[in-house]
Each structure stands twice: as structure tokens, then as C-alpha cells.
Design a protein around this ligand. Structure first.
Ligand SMILES: Cc1cc2nc3c(=O)[nH]c(=O)nc-3n(C[C@H](O)[C@H](O)[C@H](O)COP(=O)(O)OP(=O)(O)OC[C@H]3O[C@@H](n4cnc5c(N)ncnc54)[C@H](O)[C@@H]3O)c2cc1C
Length: 374
């Protein structure tokens, strides 16, 4: 299937590209050094309106396509992957609200998220499970008009700064519900922050729920439809993750091309060596294949097609490809690629995340096989 960006999508690509290079690139050294986002990052994301790109104007959004959003993720991902990641849990929450929320929930929670006035985290993973959705232990017990939550969530990105949480908990035996709630209610306590390998700035940590009370009307859909919410929104999020991997792979390729022209050996730039040219060609082939998968899948999503299999294929291929391309690029840099003087050292650490998080690579294989065999 062929795809071409629309004129609007091309314009968004150009403006996000320029914005990211002008506004975000200078912040990268500071974020790397301090492992925190300066507050100006969120303000700039708001200015860019990335949180609203794919949502309709009636919800405070820009009213563009899913593909536009994916274009923006790729472009920011080329410059600073953790910044591209920063608004994601809020966007996933807004997607869940748009699909499963009541009018009241949309008004109260979705619109502030789409406008970037509020931030959200997405709390599914627990200490004992990330891959097996049925193995988690947090429970929500109905008490009058409120659900009472008890349990511990782990690896919850943005838990320290979120205003809202999308929370998954068992409600009826092994069946789960999905809920949206304010984080300033009693019983919501962020715990230990993980020390991550890459993606500096991203704050991911535990969430401890102790008699955390949430009104009954905060359930998304029905109180035993949590897995449906999870599977549908995660499928959309996989395209976003694939686009981020694509951005990082493109950046790794660009770094290798630039370095190979500037580094001289035996009186020649190393770009003149056939072995280096083969590495560049290998990287370009992988990046273009990844791009094709990402944008074909985004286009299908815009057409309202089922994307469960294709988004898993895109995420699996792009995360693996980004890791491979980053490794080749570092090799092209030689020893200098192993130092913090060059961007490839950071990219090499950042790319690994998408192979292990948001559904492990093996879990993508399980999804693809299940879809083939169903
Ligand atoms: C930086 C970061 C941010 C994150 N942010 C969030 C967040 O905001 N919200 C959230 O809920 N979670 C988040 N996560 C959690 C992440 O999505 C999970 O860690 C991930 O889904 C994998 O779960 P796990 O680590 O428990 O792996 P496990 O399930 O323990 O898997 C371990 C290994 O076993 C394999 N395996 C497991 N089950 C199967 C199977 N059925 N078939 C074949 N192989 C299998 C896996 O592929 C993997 O290799 C984040 C993680 C990180 C690192």
C-alpha cells in the first residue's frame, strides 16, 4: 500500500522539524546532565500543541490526523526522544476518554489534557507483571458510590507530576476495570524513582495505592472492560512507539553520515571507504523500511482500519531496527562513538527502551502470531 503525506501533514512536519531543532535541541545537554526536564519543555510542547494534534476542535484539539501526530513524534524523536515521550501518557488517557468516556468525563478530564493544561500517567504495570495482563494484583472494591483501590504499580512514567491517572485494577474476579482519577486524592503516593539506562529526564517510578477512593462514575466504559481499554489504546500507542524508534534510527543514520565525512584516515574522509559506505547503505535501507511500516500503519489508523497486528509489526520492526542502526552508527564513529562527545552515545542508550517497554518485543511476536492464527 502506498502512502503520501497530505499537504497539511507536510506543513506540520516542516514546522515541527524547525521548532524541535530550534527549541528542543539546545536543551538536550541540560536534560542529559540533570536528568530532569526544565519546566520550559512542557510550555514549548503546549505551544506546539502536540497534545491536541489528533483530537477534534470540539475537545480543544487541532483537528488534524493521527498521521500528523506520528509525524510530530518522529520529528521530535530525532532531536530529543524523552521530550517526544513526555506527553504520551496524557495522550493515551485522552484517547481512552474519547473512545470510552462519558460526555461528563470528556468535559472534565479530556479537554484539559488535550489543551495541555493537565498531565496524566498510565498505570498498568506492577512489580509482578508487565506482559501478562491477567496476572496483576491491584484491586478496586466497590464501597457505596466509590471504588477503593489497593496495590502497587511499577514503572509509571510521569507519576511524580501527573494531575490525573488512568488506573487498571481487578474488579470482578479476574476481570479488570479502567478508571480515570485525580492524583491529589488521599491514598495516591508516588514511590521510588527508577534509575534508567537512557531517556534521561523521563521520571518513572512506583505508585502506591492505599485506600485510594475514586467515584463510581470515573470508570471508563464498564467496570469489567479494562482489558478492552488497554488493548485498544495500546494498539494506537504502538504506532507512536514505532515512530519514536524511527526518529531515533534516522538520527543515528544522520550522525553516521555527518561523522563519516568529517573523520579522516590515511588522508581520506572515512566516507570514501567502501566498508563505511556499505554500513551507511545498510542503515538507510533499515530506516526506510521502518518508515514505510510506521506511515502505512498510521494511514490505516486514519482510515479506521483494525491495526492490532500491523501496529505490533511496526513496533517490533522499528524498535529492533533502531537498536541495530544505532549500533552500526556507533561502530562508524569508532572509539569516539563511545564517548559523550557524540550524540550517538545517547541515542544508543535511548533506543533500547522501545524493545522492552510498552509491550516487550516478544509480546509483539505473541500479538502478531495470535492475530495470524485467530
Ligand atoms: C522507562 C519505562 C517506562 C515505562 N512506563 C510505563 C508506564 O507509564 N505505565 C505502565 O503501566 N508501564 C510502564 N512501563 C512498563 C513496561 O511497559 C513493562 O515493563 C513491559 O511491558 C514489560 O514488562 P516486564 O518488564 O514486567 O517484563 P516481563 O513480563 O517480566 O517479561 C520478562 C521477559 O519474559 C518475556 N515474556 C514474558 N511473557 C511472555 C510470553 N507470554 N511469551 C513470551 N515471552 C514472554 C518477555 O518478552 C521478556 O523478555 C515502563 C517501563 C520502562 C522501562
Amino acid at each position: 500500500m502506498a502512502f503520501e503525506l497530505s499537504e497539511e501533514e507536510k506543513a506540520i512536519k516542516k514546522s515541527v522539524r524547525e521548532f524541535a531543532r530550534k527549541e528542543f535541541a539546545p536543551l538536550v545537554p541540560q536534560i542529559e546532565e540533570e536528568n530532569e526536564f526544565p519546566p520550559v519543555v512542557w510550555e514549548k510542547l503546549k505551544e506546539l500543541r502536540i497534545m491536541g494534534l489528533l483530537f477534534e476542535e470540539e475537545y480543544g484539539g487541532v483537528g488534524s490526523t493521527f498521521t500528523s501526530f506520528i509525524v510530530a513524534v518522529e520529528e521530535i524523536g530525532q532531536v530529543c526522544p524523552p521530550i517526544a515521550n513526555l506527553p504520551m501518557e496524557g495522550i493515551m488517557t485522552a484517547l481512552a476518554l474519547r473512545r470510552f468516556g462519558t460526555d461528563e468525563q470528556k468535559k472534565k478530564y479530556m479537554i484539559p489534557l488535550v489543551k495541555g493544561e493537565k498531565r496524566a500517567c498510565w498505570a498498568f504495570t506492577e512489580p509482578s507483571t508487565g506482559s501478562d495482563p491477567r496476572a496483576f494484583e491491584t484491586r478496586a472494591v466497590l464501597d457505596g458510590d466509590e471504588y477503593v483501590f489497593n496495590g502497587t504499580k511499577r514503572f509509571i512514567t510521569g507519576v511524580f507530576s501527573a494531575d490525573l491517572v488512568t488506573l487498571f485494577a481487578k474488579t470482578k474476579g479476574d476481570r479488570a476495570g479502567a478508571f480515570v482519577a485525580e492524583t491529589d486524592r488521599a491514598g495516591f503516593t508516588p514511590g521510588r524513582r527508577e534509575r534508567l539506562m537512557g531517556m534521561r529526564g523521563l521520571a518513572t517510578g512506583d505508585l502506591i495505592l492505599e485506600d485510594f477512593r475514586v467515584p463510581r462514575e470515573n470508570v471508563l466504559g464498564k467496570d469489567d472492560e479494562g482489558f478492552k481499554v488497554l488493548l485498544e489504546i495500546e494498539a494506537e500507542s504502538r504506532i507512536r512507539s514505532a515512530a519514536l524508534s524511527l526518529g531515533m534510527a534516522q538520527a543515528a543514520l544522520d550522525e553516521a553520515v555527518a561523522y563519516s565525512k568529517q573523520r579522516h584516515q590515511r588522508g581520506h574522509p572515512i566516507s570514501e571507504f567502501l566498508t563505511i559506505q556499505w554500513q551507511l547503505a545498510e542503515m538507510a535501507m533499515k530506516v526506510e523500511a521502518a518508515r514505510y511500516l510506521v506511515y502505512t500503519c498510521a494511514y490505516q489508523r486514519d482510515q479506521g482500519k483494525r491495526i492490532r497486528k500491523d501496529s505490533a509489526i511496526a513496533k517490533l520492526f522499528c524498535s529492533t531496527t533502531a537498536r541495530e542502526v544505532a549500533s552500526i552508527s556507533l561502530q562508524v564513529h569508532g572509539c569516539y562513538g563511545y564517548t559523550k562527545e557524540f550524540n550517538i552515545e545517547r541515542i544508543y542508550r535511548d533506543v533500547k527502551l522501545n524493545e522492552v517497554a510498552g509491550g516487550n518485543a516478544d509480546i509483539q511476536r505473541v500479538i502478531i502470531a495470535n492475530e495470524l492464527l485467530r
